[in-house]
Design a protein around this ligand. Sequence first.
Ligand code: HAM
Length: 396
Amino acid sequence: MKSIQSIRGMNDLLPEDAALFLDLSAQIQALFESYQFEPLLLPTLEKTELFARSIGDATDIVEKEMYTFTDRNEDSLTLRPEGTAGVVRACLEHGLIHNQIRKFWFIGPMFRHERPQKGRYRQFYQLDAEVFGIATPDVEAESLAMLSTLWQNLGLSKHIRLEINTIGTAEERKTYRQKLVEYLSQFKDQLDEDSQRRLNTNPLRILDSKDAQTQALLNDAPQLQDCLSEVSLKHYHDLKAYLNALNIPYFENPKLVRGLDYYCHTVFEWTTDLLGAQATVCGGGRYDGLVEQLGGRANTAFGFAMGMERLMLLVQQLNPATPKATPDVYIMTNEDNLASQLALAKRLRADGFQVAVNLGGGSNKSQFRRAEKSGAKVILEADVQDYEAILKRLNG
Ligand code: HAM
């Protein structure tokens, strides 16, 4: 009978990758806690409506990438394609963000029905971070500083760069959208197919079209920044001043708009040249309107998400595999003393040693072979029991 395979684009993390995943998660946790982020763990399934109302009907994610199904109660449910909508839902449901500053983080699986390739999967892990209740760009600068520390700690700084932009308020974008559509409509036939469609549904996304001819047409298009108020421009100016003061290099990319509808003011992406087409390792921005849009009282918010697989690919490329952990001691066993050898292993572990015990029996010779293969520093034969002598050998 043919064995069953995993679902395309949904990968198993085998021990070596899983070990790196957990190691990175631990480093991220320590760093984020030092910035007062609190953990928040949420369901992977949410009501479909939550994503349609937050990410936006005319986005790629909602239009064609969600895993949506009807459950046995005839409710339409969706495997979360991103984390922000669920965080806002949970915050409103449990009254977590009313009149207070809160910072949350988690790592968890997300699902998007995209065409799988290196760095792009149908199930992938995101590190997600969200901050509520801070209207000023200091929170953006501090979060970007935290991320730049993470790159530094992981030896990635030289291979990752920060792109920033401001997209102003919803009102300002409305004015700009009209101008952009007016301008691009004159050249509709020359736009790539996707952009022609987006002209009616989501014209700002045309700005980050990959098509060369579309990009050439955009060179003379009206600029979003020309539609921004003094207040919006000051927000962006202040962010840049903070980044300069913190010595965080950045590139301004006026065409960066991001693929989700909920953003306003600051948007950003950390990109790399080392991952081919899947260049964005981390992306985010401000989303002040979303809390109200999802039924809460108006609140300010900022956040970002990082693709853990992309982070792992980068780390693996730049710092090739760290050797597998080996036990300090391998304890050989025989039928008569198995119980006492297990007890010995337990004591040694309690004393902080990494211990492998021979399980499943076997001749002396085969046990010895296994012990050598494990790479253990000390091998104890089945009759060795003197605890003090063992400790001496291990510490010696
Ligand atoms: P996003 O840009 O859609 O933003 O995703 C964030 C990151 O998730 C991407 O930069 C990428 O590293 C990773 N990612 C996305 N799709 C895939 C995929 N198919 N395979 C592997 N990795 C992927 C968001 O999701 C927003 N919720 C970020 C945010 C949080 N904004 C505010 N708060």
